[in-house]
Structures are given as structure tokens and as C-alpha cells.
Design a binder for this molecule. Structure first.
Ligand SMILES: Cc1cc2nc3c(=O)[nH]c(=O)nc-3n(C[C@H](O)[C@H](O)[C@H](O)COP(=O)(O)OP(=O)(O)OC[C@H]3O[C@@H](n4cnc5c(N)ncnc54)[C@H](O)[C@@H]3O)c2cc1C
Length: 454
């Protein structure tokens, strides 16, 4: 079978590339996706019976139509300052314009009525600076997990009759052939003129293999390690009501490391995340009132980037996550008060606390898992945040560990996001260039327009 364009991966990068390419009706387009359709995606832990990850063939949280973003909080940050370095390839204005275009598509497909929050003119910038914290400028659309799902389903419904979707079909090999590329998977061999690889974080190992086989140069990337904080929503409500998510950076006194807040979920829930069989923690929240909880959660992260002689930043993050999995059988939860007192949390201490956990995790001791430097930085930041959101450093504040943000190695790409093989594009989180919904989606539109000659 021969296509004009084959897209590998149906996460936001792949979806928006396909959606934009659909403009050219005579194009024959196929999307190959390791996971299932949105409707078939189901994590067994979501039910009552199974409590721990059972390592399904394809992790439904990370794989399938919508990619890692399908059950995410659907926070589309329209900003160059975080979420990736797409602007380094395509320019700052272009990147923001594409993120706005993605927002328009989301609004036309079920997102209308959701709120766009902004830090412009907020009084919290001053309050943060007065307390050695920096509030980053941001503009964020919060779709929420529920509306995000509706938007994705609408996009799929529009594409399914024009584009060949192959679900439950991981691509094994990409070969360079005369006039294009050959994709090999268990459904056979498929040829195309142009190929867009958008395999996200779950496809990181596969991406490495492809880069080796096709001799595409790569560079190591950073890893972010930390914890997810959960506390009563009222403690942060003055910030979250106005900004929804505040991206705050703190420079530690002890080591002069940067610790930052990440992925804030007002009235949200804490969840497990499975990356290549390693269980870490994450969070999200729903837009609809009926699913809101009384807690807010956010991550506190420290970046580490190794270069010489050790280069494997992800491997470092993985081994810390494995340690927490070994001690806790998955994610560990600890009260801040227990951490400060140098003792593990127990089921009883957590039950007696004022914060009811939204994730069932193993009570334990995060100081046995996280490196001292990282943990000291996180504790310093909790005390700094306590000054702008009093109550953050309460004994009953819950810390879940570990949260790790793995970034794919950076694939060497030109200003068109094209690899050293012409017509082979690498986009989204799989390229190491993006690590957010808006940047990944924008990279898809950008490459589609390049292919369309726009
Ligand atoms: C729980 C959670 C919450 C998040 N919340 C937010 C948020 O609120 N805001 C935000 O900006 N970001 C969020 N993120 C990150 C965001 O989801 C990602 O940055 C985004 O999904 C990246 O898009 P992508 O298309 O590059 O990759 P992905 O979404 O990872 O999609 C890649 C797809 O490729 C498929 N694939 C992999 N290998 C192969 C192969 N060999 N053959 C075929 N298919 C393959 C995978 O199955 C997957 O479906 C969250 C992530 C998680 C896990």
C-alpha cells in the first residue's frame, strides 16, 4: 500500500499534523498508532478490582488516539517560556501563532466556553518576588480532562473517513527507500513519500532505535525529578481562581538550584503514570463540577542534565523511580510533617491527617528515595511557597513520589523539523523539542504546512 504521508503516533503532534494535512483532499494519509481508539482506551486501575499497574500490552494512559494527552488535564499553555523549545526552530512569533491556531481548532471542536487564564497584570507577581519566588508569564487554556476528551473525539470523527487509521499497530521499522520511506509493522509493509514520526515519550526507546538504524544524530536531554504535592484546594485558591495554574520558580539558598511548580490541578486528582513499566505520579483535573475534589495538586521539580562522561539523564531519573517502585510497589506518599521529622508515614498517620489522598499510594519515606540535594531543594521551596500560600508547609500536606518528567533525546532537526533524511520529519515530544500539548500540537501543524508547501 502506498500513501503520500504516513504519520506514526496519534498523540497531539500526529493528530494536528493529520488534521491540517486533511485540507488537501487528494492526499492519501495514514496514521499508525500503537494503542487503541479513544473509546477503547481503558486503564484497568480505574476500576475497583485492580489496584496496581498490571503492565498491559499498550498502556492506555499513554498510548492510543490522543496519546499521553488523552486523559491529561488539557492545559494548553500558549507560551514559549516552557513546554518545549519549538521557537528555537521556527521562531517565537510563529510558534505562538501556531499555538493560537491550535486553540482555535480546539474551540471549534467542543472547547468553546472553557476559560483562557492569563498572568497579565496579576498582583501575584509582586507577592512572589517579595518572597524570592518568580511567577512566570503564561496564558493557559484549561480544557479539563472531560472537555479534552470531547475535543479529541470530535477531531477523530472528522478525520476517520478521510484518513486511514491503523490502531493497535506499533510500527517496528522505518526504512529509507527510493522516493520515500517504508514502514514495517505486523499488518505488513506500507510505503510513503513523506513520513512524520510523532511517537511521544512512550516511544522514546523506539525513537532511539530508529535514529541508530537511520544514522540520525541525537543529543542527550534533561530529566526533571521531584514530587507531587497535594493539599486542600483553599490553600491555593487565591492563585488558582485567578491564574488557574501558576508556574513559580524558586532558587534554593543551599545549592542555588532552581525548583519549579509544574502542572497545577485545582480541585484535581493525583494519578499513576506508567512509562516503559516504571510507575511515577502525575495529576489532572476535570472541568465539570461533579468530578472536582477538595484538593489541589502540583509538582515540584528539579532539572538534571548529564553530559560527560555519563549522558543518560533519563536513566538517572528511571533508577530513582525504580527505587520508589521497589520500596513502595509503586508510588510512595508521605506527609510533609513526617518528612521533616525524619520518619516514614503510615496508613494511620495519613488517615488521621487533614488531607484525604486522591491516589491510593504506599505510605513511606521519600528521603530514602530522592537524592538529598533534590529533596532539600523541594523542602526549601515548600517553605517559600508557604509565604504566598500559607498552609503549604502544613504537616498534613501530602507528597507523592516520585514524579519524573522524562524528555526524549533531542533529534537533530533543521528549521523544518526535518531530519537528515529529506521528507522524514520528527515532531512532538518524541523529537525532544516539545514537552507539552500546545507545543506538540503546533509542531504537527507546522510540519503539515511545510508538506503542503504553505
Ligand atoms: C497524565 C498526564 C497529564 C498531562 N497533562 C498535560 C497538560 O495538562 N498540559 C500539557 O501541556 N501537557 C500535559 N501532559 C504532557 C502531554 O500529554 C504531552 O506533552 C503530549 O501528549 C505530547 O504529544 P505527542 O503527540 O508528542 O506525544 P504523545 O501524546 O505521547 O503521543 C505519541 C503516540 O505515539 C504512539 N506510539 C509510540 N510509539 C509508537 C510506534 N512505534 N508505532 C506507533 N505508535 C507509536 C503512542 O502510543 C502515543 O499514542 C500530560 C501528560 C500526562 C501523561
Amino acid at each position: 500500500m502506498k500513501y503520500d504521508v504516513i504519520i506514526i503516533g496519534a498523540g497531539p503532534g500526529g493528530i494536528f499534523a493529520a488534521y491540517e494535512l486533511m485540507k488537501k483532499q487528494e492526499y492519501k494519509i495514514a496514521v499508525f498508532e500503537e494503542g487503541y481508539t479513544l473509546k477503547k482506551r481503558k486503564c484497568p486501575i480505574d476500576g475497583d478490582k485492580i489496584k496496581n499497574c498490571i503492565n498491559c500490552k499498550h498502556c492506555s494512559i499513554m498510548c492510543g488516539f490522543g496519546g499521553a494527552g488523552a486523559f491529561s488535564d488539557g492545559k494548553y499553555n500558549i507560551i514559549n517560556d516552557f513546554g518545549g523549545t519549538l521557537y528555537e526552530y521556527i521562531g517565537k512569533q510563529k510558534a505562538v501563532d501556531l499555538m493560537k491556531y491550535v486553540d482555535e481548532i480546539n474551540m471549534e471542536n467542543g472547547g468553546e466556553g472553557t476559560k483562557l487564564y492569563s498572568t497579565a497584570g496579576t498582583k501575584f507577581k509582586k507577592l512572589c518576588l517579595q518572597n524570592k519566588l518568580k511567577l512566570l508569564d503564561a496564558s493557559v487554556r484549561h480544557l479539563g480532562t472531560d472537555i479534552n476528551y470531547v475535543v479529541l473525539q470530535n477531531l477523530y470523527d472528522q478525520m476517520k473517513d478521510h484518513i486511514d487509521f491503523y490502531f493497535d499497530t506499533p510500527v517496528d521499522t522505518v526504512q529509507v527507500i527510493d522516493g520515500g520511506y517504508r514502514i514495517i509493522c505486523d499488518k505488513g509493509e506500507f510505503d510513503c513519500e513523506k513520513c512524520i514520526v510523532s511517537v511521544g515519550r512512550s516511544g522514546s526507546k523506539w525513537m532511539e532505535k530508529v535514529c541508530k538504524e537511520l544514522e540520525i544524530p541525537t543529543k542527550s536531554n534533561r530529566v526533571d525529578i521531584g514530587v507531587r504535592v497535594e493539599l486542600p484546594a483553599v490553600i491555593f485558591s487565591h492563585l488558582t481562581d485567578e491564574l488557574y495554574e501558576s508556574k513559580i520558580v524558586y532558587r534554593t539558598e543551599k545549592f542555588e538550584d532552581n525548583v519549579r511548580t509544574f502542572c497545577m490541578n485545582p480541585n484535581g486528582i493525583v494519578v499513576n503514570e506508567n512509562t516503559n513499566g516504571i510507575i511515577t505520579v502525575n495529576g489532572h483535573s476535570y472541568e465539570g463540577d461533579e468530578k472536582k475534589t477538595e484538593n489541589t495538586n502540583f509538582a515540584l521539580l528539579v532539572s538534571k542534565h548529564f553530559s560527560e562522561p555519563f549522558k543518560d539523564s533519563n536513566g538517572y531519573g528511571e533508577s530513582i523511580a525504580r527505587l520508589s517502585n521497589m520500596l513502595g510497589g509503586g508510588v510512595i506518599v508521605q506527609r510533609f510533617g513526617d518528612l521533616v521529622r525524619g520518619r516514614r508515614s503510615t496508613v494511620k498517620r495519613i488517615e488521621e491527617g487533614l488531607v484525604t489522598p486522591t491516589l491510593t499510594a504506599t505510605p513511606g519515606d521519600l528521603s530514602l528515595v530522592l537524592p538529598k540535594r533534590i529533596l532539600d531543594g523541594i523542602m526549601e521551596m515548600i517553605y517559600a511557597l508557604d509565604k504566598v500560600a500559607p498552609g503549604t508547609a502544613n504537616d498534613d500536606t501530602l507528597l507523592y513520589g516520585v514524579e519524573v518528567k522524562f524528555y526524549n533525546m533531542e533529534v537533530e532537526l533543521d528549521e523544518n523539523l526535518e531530519s537528515c533524511h529529506k521528507g522524514l520529519y520528527v515532531i512532538g515530544d518524541g523529537s525532544g523539542v516539545t514537552h507539552s500539548l500546545s507545543h506538540a500540537s503546533a509542531s504537527g501543524i507546522y510540519v503539515a504546512r511545510h508538506i503542503l508547501g504553505e
